[in-house]
Design a protein around this ligand. Sequence first.
Ligand code: TPP
Ligand code: SF4
Ligand code: MG
Length: 265
Amino acid sequence: MAVKDKLKTDLFPTIWCPGCGIGLIMQQLATVMDEVGLDKTNTVIVTGIGCTGRMGAYMNFESVYTLHGRTLPVAEAIKTVRPELNVIVVAGDGDTASIGGNHLLHSIRRNPNVTVLCNNNEIYGLTGGQTGPTTPKGTTTLSSPAGSGFSPINLQGLVNTNQNAFYAKTTVYHQGPMRRAIKEAIEWPGFAFVDIASQCIENNGRRIGFGSAFEMLEDYKSSYKAAPRGATHLEPKQLGIIKNEEPVPVGAAKPAGPSTDGEKA
Ligand SMILES: Cc1ncc(C[n+]2csc(CCOP(=O)(O)OP(=O)(O)O)c2C)c(N)n1
Ligand code: SF4
Ligand SMILES: [Mg+2]
């Protein structure tokens, strides 16, 4: 099958604003799925509510469009009753870490073999641009016109409370590293979280001074750098994949860990 067969191109153009980063994630996800042989017979996509949540509708897969913040319990339930399926969650930062934050904590703890792609546009995009859990301190938003007063949630720190965790950081500009992160996350035999910085030009970017989505991509290009090889932690604006100890199948010898791959930008 070709990559385009993973997408319902007959439904294009999508509802996403021109220049939105979500389509770049969908394109790379479809590419990886084609490469590793995922299709509608062996894979389910679970999405939440928000602009990101619409991705399931445009992909040629079985998908569940869950309630806001409820992707992870639904994903875990599917994985529990149909362990042979690949379960991929695609959700916004608000969906994942705000209303879904409690589920996130416990999924990290339980370590199900599901892949989470978090479209981290640092805002509640769909609802007009309110402050979300990943909004940087000081950012002007619809709900914080004087600047958000709070530090963003530490997604990497949360994920790494599980010693078998996989955490990757990438941006939609860095398409090679994004593909690699998605592929390795799908292949990881436990909970894998890909934190993808992505632009919401209409309900975030313009308010904070960007003139276009292109300018936001240029900003990702110049501000993000690959983590050094061997890093066990990613600093802010570092791209990379942190692999802790691989989950141990029952009866197997304990693998070595932790290890890290720096990324080539
Ligand atoms: C229970 C519930 N509370 C609130 C909402 C309103 N709501 C819809 S999407 C959304 C936030 C979307 O932000 P995010 O998850 O980051 O997704 P994005 O639109 O940025 O992709 C909110 C608060 C809702 N649909 N359901
Ligand atoms: S509002 Fe933002 S996140 Fe939603 S489609 Fe438009 S640019 Fe994308
Ligand atoms: Mg968002």
